[in-house]
Design a protein around this ligand. Structure first.
Ligand SMILES: Nc1ncnc2c1ncn2[C@@H]1O[C@H](COP(=O)(O)OP(=O)(O)OP(=O)(O)O)[C@@H](O)[C@H]1O
Ligand SMILES: [Mg+2]
Length: 407
């Protein structure tokens, strides 16, 4: 049924009096209500906040038929924003962004204010073909906007940051580079060529995270979304034995790794969206999830969204997926760990050789990015790229039967 076919009186719980108040306040259609935020609505129509929320939800569901409505995001996202009292800003709302830049931004995968707020200035300036200082200003503006009506006060953010924990690889050089280890409340992206060691690191951390804190772990369990069928229980077993901890039983470690095989990119997204229930269960069992792995983050997306025309859709989905992973990390004080296979470009002599060609499709949404590559004698190079609070740099490690080792 089309939205305009509804009268205000059709909204559940709205009688003639409320309808009149709403009309007086300028809400003459359910479309208008769907576009308002909860606080605007309850203030201007003199109704309770709870009623306002219910009304907005209902109106959004009627105006979108529950379908994903293109660029403005899914109806769920709209409900979420409206209830957070945040109006959805479009990228054209950014000062200085006209249609031409907006188009370039969208082509580059920046579909939302949030995606720009979390971008690095170099990626953004490249995507939109703008100067880096303009890019920085845009990012700053988007960050400010993204904060409006956010859930947390500065004190809360500060307190949450005090809870950040670090998970060690137990390779001292690597942990040193990371300022102690992989951080909770953040997503780290491991990118590199096939065989560069991404899945090895993921397996090692799935083991280490279960260790007590004094041994470098977080005493937690693991949610592992496997998209390429590369999870290997026998590798976990080897790595547990490799720890050389007396009494460490590989079967006990395997029990705390909750693996799901994703068949399609939609399935992959759904697995993360639906993992709150599992996370709650793990929490109540005293082994809360502390590591959320998606290996590989991009494989299925890359194969399913091959043509140019579908690029924007792919980016939008990936952004949402990353956002969902992040929400879990934030809620459970856990580490997000995602992998991204890229091809290195040996023909690049100038510029940044760590910049992946034809494959950087997540870069701007991860907090930490690590570029992995193979070197001589089985050595692997672990390079920290673009970290918000740590200097860039490199460390080396080996992959042995017992797991990651110092060189
Ligand atoms: N049991 C083992 N002992 C020693 N080295 C191993 C062992 N298992 C795997 N490796 C090393 O790890 C490499 C594979 O690395 P990994 O699976 O992490 O690659 P990846 O970066 O995930 O690649 P892809 O992009 O294909 O998924 C092997 O080539 C081998 O060198
Ligand atoms: Mg792999």
């Amino acid at each position: 049924m089309a939205a305009e076919a509804y009268q205000l009186e059709d909204i559940p719980g709205v009688g003639p009096t409320t309808a009149e108040k709403l009309r007086e306040a300028g809400y003459e259609s359910i479309e208008k209500i769907a576009q308002s935020t909860a606080s605007e609505l309850y203030e201007s129509a003199e109704i309770g906040e709870g009623t306002a929320r219910k009304m907005i939800k209902w109106c959004i569901s009627q105006t979108t038929d529950g379908e994903v409505s293109g660029e403005s995001g899914s109806s769920d996202a709209r409900v979420e924003l409206a209830l957070m009292n945040v109006k959805r800003l479009e990228i054209e709302d950014i000062p200085g962004v006209g249609p031409a830049i907006a188009e370039k931004l969208r082509d580059g995968g920046f579909l939302t204010i949030e995606s720009i707020a979390t971008a690095t200035s170099s990626t953004l300036s490249e995507a939109a073909e703008i100067g880096e200082s303009t890019a920085k200003k845009m990012i700053k503006w988007c960050r400010e906007q993204a904060d409006i009506g956010g859930f947390k006060t500065g004190t809360e953010v500060f307190e949450a940051r005090l809870l950040i924990k670090k998970l060690r690889t137990l390779v001292p050089e690597v942990d040193g580079l990371l300022g102690g280890g992989f951080e909770t409340q953040a997503i780290t992206e491991l990118y590199g060529e096939f065989g560069s060691g991404k899945s090895q690191i993921v397996h090692q951390l799935a083991v280490n995270v279960q260790l007590p804190e004094e041994l470098g772990g977080l005493d937690g369990s693991v949610i592992y979304v496997d998209t390429e069928n590369t999870f290997r229980p026998e590798r976990i077993e080897q790595m547990v034995n490799g720890l050389e901890i007396e009494g460490a039983d590989p079967q006990e470690f395997l029990k705390n790794i909750h693996v799901a095989r994703a068949q399609t990119s939609d399935h992959q997204m759904l697995l993360i969206e639906n993992s709150h229930e599992l996370a709650e269960e793990l929490k109540s069992q005293g082994k809360p999830v502390k590591l959320i792995i998606v290996d590989s983050l991009t494989g299925l997306f890359r194969s399913e969204y091959a043509g140019r025309g579908t690029l924007a859709e792919r980016q939008q989905k990936l952004n949402r997926h990353m956002h969902d992973i992040f929400k879990l990390c934030d809620e459970y004080n856990a580490i997000g760990l995602v992998t991204n296979q890229v091809m290195s470009n040996p023909a690049v002599f100038f510029g940044d050789p760590t910049k992946p060609i034809g494959g950087n499709i997540v870069g701007h949404t991860a907090t930490f990015r690590i570029y992995l590559r193979k070197s001589k004698g089985g050595k692997r190079i672990f390079r920290l790229v673009d970290s918000p609070n740590l200097p860039d740099g490199e460390a080396t490690f080996l992959v042995e039967e017992g797991g990651l080792r110092a060189c």
